[in-house]
Design a protein around this ligand. Structure first.
Ligand SMILES: [Zn+2]
Length: 88
């Protein structure tokens, strides 16, 4: 008689740390597990220092309108905040 062990099958189906559905460098609220409610407060695109040298990575500061969690970090150069526009 075959014994079905749901724990074993679950463990082999989803290897720990191997699930990557989004870029970890992108803004995210780990509290709400979504980026849906983020409010972007400051965004600095990738730029080159005045004196030359290495490109400084783009960075963003944001907070979550639901839980209030604040976060800020570097983001990929290709990323822009959704609906972002430059004040002129
Ligand atoms: Zn949140």
């Amino acid at each position: 008689m075959a014994i079905f062990n749901p724990y074993e099958s679950e463990r082999t189906r989803v290897p720990a740390g191997d699930v990557r559905e989004r870029d970890p460098g992108l803004p995210w609220c780990s509290e709400c597990d979504t980026d849906e409610f983020l409010m972007y407060e400051d965004f600095v695109p990738a730029r080159r220092p005045a004196g030359g040298g290495h490109l400084v990575a783009a960075s963003v500061n944001y907070s979550c309108s639901v839980c209030g969690r604040f976060n800020g970090h570097e983001v990929p150069d290709s990323w822009n905040p959704p609906n972002w526009f430059w004040y002129s």
